[in-house]
Design a binder for this molecule. Structure first.
Ligand SMILES: *[C@@H]1O[C@H](CO)[C@@H](O)[C@H](O)[C@H]1NC(C)=O
Ligand SMILES: *[C@@H]1O[C@H](CO)[C@@H](O)[C@H](O)[C@H]1NC(C)=O
Ligand SMILES: *[C@@H]1O[C@H](CO)[C@@H](O)[C@H](O)[C@H]1NC(C)=O
Ligand SMILES: *[C@@H]1O[C@H](CO)[C@@H](O)[C@H](O)[C@H]1NC(C)=O
Ligand SMILES: *[C@@H]1O[C@H](CO)[C@@H](O)[C@H](O)[C@H]1NC(C)=O
Length: 308
């Protein structure tokens, strides 16, 4: 019904223009068109070719509601008697409704009404493919979007080349974002979907692939150094341990009875040193100046014995 009415209106305005045209005024229409991308709607028209002292334009619209009520038109106040030949109708046409749109061109005392041939609905908007830049940054992938809009959500899919079925998806909230190459070096591919939930439209970027270099061998280097150090420590301990345990065993089992003179000594004094101390002490204790001659000859005999 609305479409029929719209057609009627178009015919009516065409008749109106024809009438004016017959009167040698306004020989042409304004050739109105609407461009709508990403839910932003801009009405454009061709400037009036007539020679007027003053010319200006006013934009009006009506949704289904206004039409049903009493066929009234609403004025877009930001486009009232303007001299420019375009008008931003983003806010005016934000409901899910079929709108009729018309422009009044005022030339001195005359007014030319031109209506958009078809109704416009926000569902007609064109969802643009997001402009995405992908750059490798070390172990990460930097992704730039030239523009993000609140009402359009962006889902980024990343996968290692050949594994698209294992792609991970992330919702993008910042123009610039960084993503880990979680499977090490290789070629990663990215694709973004722009989703306009309000009218259930989706569009996708091309697939961008980037080569991520094998990560620098910093971590393996640290691990290598740690392993080498551990081995060195183990080796040293391995060399020391038999000697150490031997020494420990000797100390534990060498439990000869101590001479009286040493009984009071601290237990911690190593036992082998007692032998060193014992012998000279023994000799000195037996030494008697009167027996020096005897002892000397005795020692001499011992020496002779050893020599013989
Ligand atoms: C009317 O506008 C459309 C789109 O803006 C354009 O392609 C077409 O050439 C225009 N027609 C005239 C007669 O100016
Ligand atoms: C149309 O209806 C609206 C609201 O009911 C009213 O404000 C407006 O004056 C009416 N317009 C005409 C042309 O009757
Ligand atoms: C628009 O044009 C009409 C007729 O030429 C004139 O009366 C009116 O003052 C103009 N409006 C503005 C804002 O210039
Ligand atoms: C990404 O954006 C930043 C600034 O936000 C810019 O410096 C950088 O060059 C951009 N990268 C690409 C590949 O466009
Ligand atoms: C959105 O569109 C898809 C296909 O384009 C369709 O399968 C789905 O049912 C739609 N959802 C709604 C809520 O309209």
């Amino acid at each position: 019904m609305f479409q029929t009415r719209s057609l009627l209106k178009t015919v009516t305005s065409a008749f109106f223009i024809a009438t004016l045209s017959h009167a040698a005024l306004f020989p042409e229409s304004l050739n109105i068109s609407i461009q709508s991308e990403n839910m932003m709607h801009t009405l454009k028209w061709r400037p009036l070719q007539e020679a007027c002292c003053t010319v200006n334009y006013t934009v009006q619209y009506q949704g289904e509601f206004e039409y049903m009520q009493n066929d009234s038109w609403l004025i877009e106040h930001s486009c009232y008697e303007i001299v420019q030949t375009e008008c931003d109708l983003t806010l005016a046409l934000s409901s899910d409704s079929d709108y009729n749109i018309r422009v009044a061109a005022r030339c001195d005392d005359s007014t030319l009404w031109t209506q958009l041939p078809n109704t416009f609905n926000r569902r007609d908007t064109v969802l643009l493919v997001p402009n995405m830049d992908v750059t490798p940054r070390g172990r990460q992938i930097e992704v730039n979007f030239s523009e993000l809009q609140k009402h359009i959500s962006i889902n980024l899919h990343i996968w290692k080349k050949g594994d698209e079925h294992k792609a991970i998806s992330k919702e993008i909230t910042d123009k610039k974002s960084h993503h880990d190459a979680w499977l090490g070096g290789g070629t990663y591919c990215l694709k973004a979907d722009a989703i306009l939930d309000i009218i259930n439209k989706t569009t996708s970027t091309d697939t961008h692939c980037v080569l991520i270099q094998e990560p620098l061998r910093l971590i393996p280097l640290y691990v290598g150094v740690a392993v080498a150090l551990t081995l060195a420590v183990a080796l040293i301990l391995g060399l020391i341990t038999p000697r150490f345990s031997l020494w420990l065993r000797k100390s534990m089992h060498n439990k000869e009875p101590l001479p009286n003179a040493l009984i009071g000594w601290p237990k911690s004094v190593p036992i082998f040193s007692s032998k060193v101390l014992l012998e000279p002490t023994h000799s000195v204790l037996l030494l008697d100046p009167s027996e020096e001659q005897h002892r000397t000859s005795e020692m001499k005999a011992t020496c002779d014995d050893e020599r013989g």
